[in-house]
Design a protein around this ligand. Structure first.
Ligand code: FPP
Length: 261
């Protein structure tokens, strides 16, 4: 069971392991991605039932363009099929679709399907499903920095006015809460250029499960693990405060002024 008061508001997922799943089953990689799309359906449904507000899925990274052309083509086709097939379910479950990333780099057919589904789900409010497509976090931060630089150049902004909130306002996630829980499947312990800025204080959960096998129970395990954690955001809390022993004034310490070694 999850504790609804502590359910993460925003879950982000690095869906990894489709290729290894396919290899383990003696199947072509695309069938691993198809099985991955079925896992997407399961997790979207479970998150909306559990009251998660935002689910962000790393569906195609900026670096994924360097995969063999036929795999990229198959993934784009799968994405189109998913968008067509899932629209009724999104509408029925009041799920708003969003997309982040360099969307203009996607094939025109994907841009059209995405645009249509985003438009027709825009007013839905039970959960927001964010697909990260042609997404790279470094690229996103560079784009934001460029826009701030343009404002400075135009005289609309002074350099000293640039702070965290101004930079965050130029990220594609500016209207979304930061992820509370970041799940990565397939055992790899990397962020792989995903939501680097936004995940500064996310709780990381790595599971060896390959994405196509990721089940509702696996999601519940991840959430239960998150709920047991204490989030400190760099602060000290009651359980970590410990004893306070006053230290001597550094000026009175015997080695003050001695060699720095
Ligand atoms: C990583 O597995 C996964 C991807 C590059 C694509 C993710 C796509 C899906 C889950 C299916 C389609 C998504 C939607 C939203 C319909 P990998 O291929 O890198 O696996 P490997 O590391 O085992 O080779």
């Amino acid at each position: 069971m999850t504790d609804s008061n502590r359910t993460p508001q925003h879950i982000a997922v690095i869906m990894d392991g489709n290729g290894r799943w396919a290899t383990a089953h003696g199947l072509p990689r695309i069938l691993g991605h198809r099985a991955g799309a079925a896992a997407v359906r399961r997790v979207v449904e479970a998150c909306s039932e559990l009251g998660v507000q935002v689910l962000t899925l790393y569906a195609f990274s900026w670096e994924n363009w360097d995969r063999p052309a036929d795999e990229v083509h198959d993934l784009m086709q799968l994405l189109n099929e998913f968008l067509v097939a899932e629209t009724p379910r999104l509408l029925e479950n009041r799920i708003r679709l969003r997309a982040i990333g360099r969307l203009h780099e996607l094939p025109p057919s994907v841009q059209e399907h995405l645009g249509r589904v985003i438009e027709c789900t825009a007013s839905l409010d039970r959960m927001t499903l964010v697909l990260a497509l042609s997404y790279g976090s470094r690229q996103e931060i560079v784009d934001a920095a460029r826009r701030l630089a343009e404002q400075v150049q135009q005289g609309a902004l002074r350099p000293e006015q640039i702070d965290e909130s101004r930079l965050a306002a130029h990220l594609s996630t500016s209207d979304l809460p930061d992820p509370d829980l970041l799940i990565r499947t397939s055992g790899e312990q990397r962020l792989s250029n995903f939501l680097l800025w936004q995940s500064s204080y996310a709780e990381l959960y790595v599971t060896p499960r390959l994405w196509p096998d990721f089940s509702r129970e696996d999601l519940l395990d991840a959430i239960a693990d998150y709920e047991r954690r204490e989030r400190r955001f760099g602060q000290v809390t009651d359980s970590t405060r410990g004893l306070h022993i006053p230290l001597s004034d550094p000026a009175t310490l015997p080695h003050n002024g001695a060699s720095r070694c």
